[in-house]
Design a binder for this molecule. Structure first.
Ligand code: HEM
Length: 355
């Protein structure tokens, strides 16, 4: 990465013990939009102030903006691949879109750090937003998901994680990312009634030792098969940091899915494979025990751009960019299929691109 390239937000943060996920919608008034824009310049300082209180606490925050919110807050130019969350579904299975203009992904090794930062960030937004979903996630033993399997094993790491998550083909948005979130609720009684060997065929890995099942026994409907993408002979990965959450007293057992990528396309392809099936009908059996109750796609600007966005005037930008801006302000959501017209995932070559 050249030295003068924008600093990314903390997308590639270490796996932590705790996380808070907040999704909010914007208020209707112009004063609210002014507040949110001004807030963009304050986020980094608030993370620093709260984080300094526990230097080893790994506190970080990633902020993302939904498609309609981007236009209202910042106008043109807009991130090339930002659009409303695409819904996928067949039969009983639906990846639904739910309202959301702003996403906060707060991570730390202590919940008090996450809690304090969430309090500061949301407090400063005040009446400019309405929080529509807030989930407090925790690490479950040795990085196990709510369904008892280790989660995150096949995540890219190091340089590979940067290559798979940072935008490098949209010059105004270099080192930004796209992020999809979905809140899943599990039917744990039904899941726990499955013998472990059957659960392992659903996930595609062994439960205790977290080893990938042999290709000879791993069904093509397994979660790991349907979420493994290969394009031009190369695997296309995303970066996940799912967190279990729940309220046992209310019978709530959930997984908060969060996936970062340099384009929404690979995540959308995975969702289509899981919900519709590959081929259609050969769907992810994890969905027989899990229901998505939220869904959102957000663009995460680089940290430098986030700060600069405080100065944006969407009207001025639109006037300057003329018709292009008007066209970009109301992108039509594409239908269920995530693939580009040429059938590719439209994610560009990962090799040989300048970082
Ligand atoms: C792998 C759990 C939803 C994408 C895994 C693994 C587990 C898991 C246990 C195996 C270990 C690992 O490599 O991380 C879950 C649960 C979900 C969920 C409990 C919610 C009900 C999703 C969604 C996507 C996704 C919605 C994408 C849109 C992936 C990918 C892998 C994976 C890419 C790695 C596949 C590989 O390379 O082998 N997940 N997952 N997961 N999951 Fe999920």
């Amino acid at each position: 990465m050249p030295d003068n390239s924008p600093e990314p937000q903390a997308v590639i943060a270490p796996v932590t013990r705790s996380a808070i996920f907040i999704v909010a919608t914007l208020a209707a008034d112009e004063a609210g939009l002014d507040t949110v824009r001004a807030w963009c310049a304050d986020v980094a300082a608030l993370v620093r102030s709260v984080g300094k209180r526990v230097p080893a606490g790994n506190l970080s925050c990633v902020c993302g903006f939904g498609s309609a919110a981007w236009d209202r807050l910042f106008g043109a130019p807009r991130p090339a691949a930002l659009h409303p969350f695409r819904e996928f579904g067949a039969g009983e299975r639906h990846a639904i879109a739910t309202p959301g203009d702003l996403l906060l992904h707060i991570r730390a090794d202590q919940m008090d750090l996450c809690f304090e930062l969430a309090t500061q960030l949301v407090g400063r937004l005040g009446a400019a937003v309405t929080v529509v979903d807030e989930v407090h996630g925790f690490r479950y033993f040795d990085l196990r998901s709510m369904v008892g399997f280790v989660d995150g094993t096949e995540n890219p790491a190091g340089r590979e994680a940067l290559e798979f998550t940072l935008v490098d083909d949209d010059p105004e948005f270099t080192n930004g990312s796209y992020v999809v979130v979905q809140k899943y609720l599990h039917d744990m009684d039904a899941w726990n009634a499955l013998p472990v060997e059957a659960q392992e065929r659903v996930i595609g890995r062994t439960k205790l030792a977290d080893i990938e099942l042999d290709e000879a026994v791993k069904p093509s409907s397994s979660h790991s098969s349907l979420t493994t993408l290969v394009e031009d002979g190369q695997e296309v990965k995303i970066l996940r940091d799912n967190m279990p959450f729940g309220r046992p007293g209310s019978g709530e057992f959930g997984t908060y899915f969060i996936g970062y990528a340099r384009s929404p396309a690979p995540i959308e392809q995975m969702l289509e494979n899981m919900f519709v099936g590959k081929p259609p009908g050969n769907y992810d059996r994890l969905l027989d025990f899990s229901r998505a109750v939220t869904g959102g796609l957000f663009f995460v600007p680089s940290a430098d751009l986030l700060e600069a966005l405080a100065e944006r005037d969407p009207q001025a930008a639109e006037a300057g960019a003329g018709e292009d801006a008007a066209a970009a302000a109301s992108p039509a959501p594409a239908p269920v299929s995530a693939a580009a017209p040429d059938g590719s995932l439209n994610i560009g070559s990962l090799k040989g691109t300048t970082q």
